[in-house]
Design a protein around this ligand. Structure first.
Ligand code: MSP
Length: 646
């Protein structure tokens, strides 16, 4: 079969429970998979979990579990979450499976035999969040990993390396001549990166430091680097190297990721493939971040939204619609509850839901729920059909380009126009006049359009589309929510105005998208917030060692101090850490500025800079407070400014 579509999500680390960011990528993949199935493609949709590496071993240890116990539990949680969100994947891959281990060892041995790896000693800044050594450019001005906002650890180790530089010229050429990376600004980003020599990729970890990984087949003292292992899942999933059909899927492989993992996917993976003699994947689709406030939603920042809680409150289709409608693919988007509610109420309940409800209940009341025969079509009826068809065509064009927000907007213009059309043609007035034929024609035109909307929207709103299509008896045997049964659906019926046929009895279906009481939800949300704060006060809250390590405490020497004009409690300090920084501290009631000059203090060096009384404060000093007053914390012996405290 030549019409194949292979789509993958990243395999998610099991050190975090699924959050809305993971759900977004997975929902996009699911929507694309459904879209292509309805276009008649044979689709293979792969998702799964990334279960090896330092992070996972540490997370298991923190919970007092063996890595195996731990990964089994979280992999199940991912599966359950995807099931509840209606994700219809073809295969769930786990990197700890024997099948995957065999592929990784096969690839390692093949590349070793080809002479692609060499043993070397390496030292550098290792970020445990990224699971790799960072280049100086990947550190911010404070020496922290730009992505994890955490200090890297300096490591010196003997390891196996892969000479990526050898393939840089090929990759640069390939990427500049093709459009594999989409949107194109991510391709530009990668091409920029390829302007400079590529450092060798360290593909191993010594077993004495980390044993939770796949052993190198040619050196039992090492396990393989988590990214080397993880990227190969895309090959394991389709049966590489034994199942001959893997190549047909590979020729149509599409990989969805967010920008955080662009480098491994756009540099390491293509080079691994090239060295193996496997053709490049077809497309890499890169999206932006869902933000909370201005920060990336992530476990390490503790600002995550649970996709399950959200879908329990609002409905699976509603959450899917919001995520696809409110993020322009490629760019960041800020998660907002009021925006989600507004999308549900305005787009789903009002525009779409109302159109369906009023049309079907009118049919029920006046035509006994049976599709009437056509009367003659007027120019208005034809204009309506044209607008609906145009909306659907634009939707079908934008969807595979991943412009979901534009695709949905185009379709909604048609849905809104259907509401205008029904108001203008006023079938209720025709019925009062006794002109059932005209009323029936208008109604039928709208019902056929509704059938097309439901069909087109199936990739985004699978549950309500199936309910509606089943109520319209377009697919009489379609139960409401079993995805495999939806295999009878096809986009071929999108422009068929004869469906549903005359005489078809329409079943009742309740409101598809109930309105959300915004005030009530937002109030409850506030209550939850207040409750959460109260809980924090009552119970001891433990943090893990990783969380503690993320706080960068440093010794700083006070070079200068003065009162802040117009603020009785504030002092402005200039400190050396060893770079010069300004700190604004609320200690003026307890210390005179000159007492502090020359003293060493301890500061939180990676606190997000804040403006206090118009002055930027780049850190916070530590002090102890009791009923007698406040005392700043100073090192017991003099230490170099910038020395780490831990
Ligand atoms: N295990 C690696 C991926 C290996 S793939 C061969 C990994 N896992 S992860 O759990 O950190 O998942 C990262 C992916 O989760 C992102 O690329 C993106 O798909 C999704 N997202 C995580 N947080 C996100 C947001 N805040 N916003 C959007 N997507 C997010 O990296």
């Amino acid at each position: 079969m030549d019409k194949r579509f292979y789509i993958t999500t990243p395999i998610y680390y099991v050190n975090s429970l699924p959050h809305l960011g993971h759900a977004y990528t997975t929902i996009v993949a699911d929507a694309l998979a459904r879209f292509y199935r309805l276009q008649g493609y044979e689709v293979f949709f792969l998702t799964g979990t990334d279960e090896h590496g330092d992070k996972i071993a540490k997370a298991a240890e923190a919970q007092g579990k063996t890595p195996k116990q731990f990964v089994d539990e979280i992999a199940n949680t991912f599966k359950e979450t995807w099931d509840k969100l209606g994700i219809n994947y073809s295969y769930f891959i786990r990197t700890t499976s024997d099948k995957h281990k065999r592929v990784v060892q096969h690839v390692l041995q093949t590349l070793f035999d080809k002479g692609e790896f060499y043993l070397d000693e390496y030292e550098g800044n290792y970020c445990f969040g990224c699971e790799r050594f960072l280049t100086p450019k990947e550190l911010d001005e404070k020496g922290l990993c730009k992505d994890h906002k955490a200090p890297p650890v300096y490591l010196k180790e003997k390891n196996y390396f892969f000479n990526l530089e050898k393939y840089r010229g090929w990759l640069k050429d390939y990427l500049s001549k093709t459009e594999v990376i989409y949107p194109s600004f991510y391709r530009e980003e990668v091409l920029n990166l390829l302007e400079e020599p590529l450092p060798p990729l360290c593909i191993s970890r010594p077993k004495i430091r980390l044993s939770w990984g796949i052993e190198l087949p040619f050196d039992k003292d090492y396990v393989t680097y988590v990214w080397f292992d993880a990227l190969l899942n895309y090959l394991t999933g389709i049966g590489y190297p034994d199942d001959p059909s893997w190549q047909d899927y590979w020729a149509n492989s599409h990989h969805l990721i967010a920008k955080d993992i662009l480098r491994p996917h756009a540099v390491y993976f293509p080079i691994m493939l090239k060295a193996l003699g496997i053709p490049m994947y077809k497309k890499l689709f890169v999206h932006g971040y869902w933000l909370m406030g201005s920060l990336k939603m992530s476990k390490s920042l503790g600002n995550i939204v649970s996709p399950l809680e959200l879908s329990q409150t609002f409905g699976v289709d509603q959450v899917r619609y919001y995520l696809l409608r409110d993020m322009a693919f490629g760019y960041d988007a800020e998660f907002s509850l009021p925006n989600l509610i507004n999308r549900i109420n305005a787009d789903l309940a009002n525009d779409y839901g109302n159109l369906v409800n009023r049309t079907l209940s009118f049919l029920e009341r006046n035509f006994g729920g049976t599709i009437p025969p056509w009367g003659e079509l007027t120019p208005e009826d034809r204009e309506f059909r044209e607008k609906v068809e145009r909306g659907i065509i634009r939707y079908l064009e934008e969807f595979p380009r991943l412009n979901f927000h534009t695709a949905l907007e185009e379709l909604w213009q048609a849905i809104r126009f259907a509401n205008v059309y029904i108001d203008r043609e006023a079938p209720w007035t025709r019925v009062k006049e006794g002109n059932y034929q005209r009323a029936g024609t208008v109604l039928r035109n709208i019902i056929s359009a509704i059938k097309s909307f439901a069909l087109a929207l199936y990739p985004v709103l699978p549950n309500s589309s199936l309910t509606l299509l089943s109520a319209l008896s377009v697919f009489p045997n379609t139960p409401s929510v079993i995805p495999s049964e939806a295999s009878t659906l096809s986009f071929k019926d999108l422009f068929n105005w004869e469906l549903p046929a005359s005489g078809t009895k329409i079943k009742r279906c309740g409101p598809l998208f109930p309105r959300v009481d915004e005030e009530k939800i937002l109030k409850e949300e506030q209550k939850v917030e207040v409750k959460k704060e109260a809980e924090v006060k009552e119970e001891p809250q433990y943090i893990t060692i990783e969380e503690f390590r993320r706080i960068d405490l440093r010794v700083a020497k006070v070079l200068f101090a003065e009162k802040v004009a117009g603020a009785d409690r504030l002092l402005r300090l200039e400190v050396s850490c060893p770079e010069k920084r300004q700190i604004v501290a609320g200690i003026a009631e307890y210390y005179e500025p000159q007492e502090l000059i020359g003293k060493e203090i301890i500061i939180v060096a990676n606190l997000k800079p804040a403006k206090i009384k118009g002055l930027v404060s780049e850190g916070m000093l530590l002090a102890a407070k009791d009923a007698d007053g406040l005392a700043i914390i100073i090192p017991e012996k003099e230490k170099e400014p910038g020395a780490k405290v831990g």
